[in-house]
Design a protein around this ligand. Structure first.
Ligand SMILES: NC(=O)c1ccc[n+]([C@@H]2O[C@H](COP(=O)([O-])OP(=O)(O)OC[C@H]3O[C@@H](n4cnc5c(N)ncnc54)[C@H](O)[C@@H]3O)[C@@H](O)[C@H]2O)c1
Ligand SMILES: [Zn+2]
Ligand SMILES: [Zn+2]
Length: 360
């Protein structure tokens, strides 16, 4: 089959790799119908995620059709259309039993496109399939559902829930990429008083307004002053960091009010300075987190009910074989205006493994 292979820091290549097969009784082999690229994949290409070894098939978000299941899999069968979650869950370890699937200590967690081959391929082996894929209702389109593999649960759990967004809050979202935009959309479920979006790019801020930001500001326009002015000098109740660089994390810690919360979502490749000499006296809570995807079933019901924006987050569609071009467009978002790019198409070569039973 063809797959997007990490060749070491630098661009991926779309090339032939061995077909996946069942390795463990809990595995499912899924034919990838729709897949997308994450900001985290770009971090991998920059070398920010050193555990990803050259030769790894990337991708941790997809919608597909189950083609084969291991003997222990109970919840899905061949032919089922499923969402592949970015987090796999053994279901048995201490963390899984608390719903903290992202921290799974039994071989799951963020493994796809990280420590095992991922979804940017014609087929993928999904471990612990019972808890790691979600059968999709007919009401949900595959091109919309792929946004539930990572960006919606991440923004909602690591941004909105960790940030404790409440009615009437002033919420600042720093970074208006797909994650920040989905944080704006899901923060609105809690009726905040005002959402302020911050980014470098005006095009991203226009998308933020479409998704429900009440005020938008570029970094050069002085977001900290704006937040101060809009909150009578107090600061934001919640600051959500959705970029992953030291400057934006530090900005969030300066913009939050005493007693407020900073919810970090960004994947950081470098240390950021924690100014405890200013913060210690301000009762500020700072949270970090890898998504658990424990909210995915709820978000799926929201999407089926038409309560989550999806089309607004996707700017480009490609066929699966256009992976290299899709990476290029997504990686140059400032020039191309790309938000989420989705890939899907009819051209699948037949899976070679396992060999069909020989008659006679
Ligand atoms: N914690 C998790 O579980 C998790 C899961 C998925 C993604 N992430 C991370 O979330 C972050 C956002 O993801 P994304 O897909 O939206 O990424 P993205 O790169 O598409 O978006 C980042 C946005 O930040 C803006 N930006 C860059 N530098 C800035 C600065 N100095 N000030 C203000 N804005 C700035 C960019 O213009 C862009 O719009 C990434 O770091 C990604 O790796 C975390
Ligand atoms: Zn991701
Ligand atoms: Zn586990």
């Amino acid at each position: 089959m063809k797959a997007a292979v990490f060749e070491g820091p630098g661009p991926i290549t779309w090339r032939d790799v061995p077909d996946p097969g069942i390795k463990d009784p809990g595995d499912a082999i899924v034919r990838v119908d729709v897949v997308t690229i994450c900001g985290t994949d770009l971090h991998i290409l920059k070398g920010d995620v050193p555990e990803v070894a050259p030769g790894r098939v990337l991708g941790h978000e997809a919608v597909g059709t189950v083609v084969e299941t291991g003997r222990d899999v109970r919840s899905v069968r061949p032919g089922d259309r499923v969402l592949i979650s970015c987090i796999s869950a053994c279901g048995r370890c201490r963390f899984c039993r608390e719903g903290r699937y992202g921290q799974c200590a039994g071989g799951g967690g963020w493994v796809l496109g990280h420590t095992i081959d991922g979804t940017q391929a014609e087929y993928v082996r999904v471990p612990f399939a019972d808890l790691s894929v979600h059968p999709l209702p007919n009401a949900v389109d595959s091109f919309d559902a792929v946004l539930l593999a990572d960006i919606f649960p991440t923004s909602y759990e690591v941004g909105v829930l960790n940030g404790g967004v409440r009615p009437a809050d002033t919420v600042v979202v720093v970074g208006a990429g797909p994650i920040g935009l989905a944080a704006i959309a899901t923060a609105r479920l809690y009726s905040p008083g005002r959402i302020i979006a911050v980014d470098l790019a005006e095009s991203r801020l226009a998308a933020a307004r479409t998704l429900g930001a009440d005020a938008t500001v570029t970094v050069s326009e002085g977001p900290e002053q704006l937040v101060e002015d809009l909150t009578n000098g107090l600061g934001a109740d919640v600051a959500i960091e959705a970029v992953g660089v030291p400057e934006t994390f530090e900005m969030c810690t300066r913009m939050v009010r005493p007693g407020g919360r900073v919810a970090n979502i960004g994947v950081h490749g470098k240390p950021a300075v924690l100014h405890l000499e200013d913060l210690w006296i301000r009762d500020v809570t700072i949270t970090t987190g890898l998504v658990d995807t424990s909210s995915t079933p709820m978000l799926l019901r929201m999407m089926a009910a038409g309560r989550l924006p999806a089309a607004e987050l996707v700017t480009h569609r490609f066929e699966l074989g256009q992976m290299e071009e899709a990476y290029d467009v997504f990686g140059r978002a400032a020039d191309t205006g790309a938000l989420k790019v989705t890939l899907g198409g009819p051209q699948h070569t037949a899976l070679q493994a396992p060999a069909p039973p020989v008659a006679g």
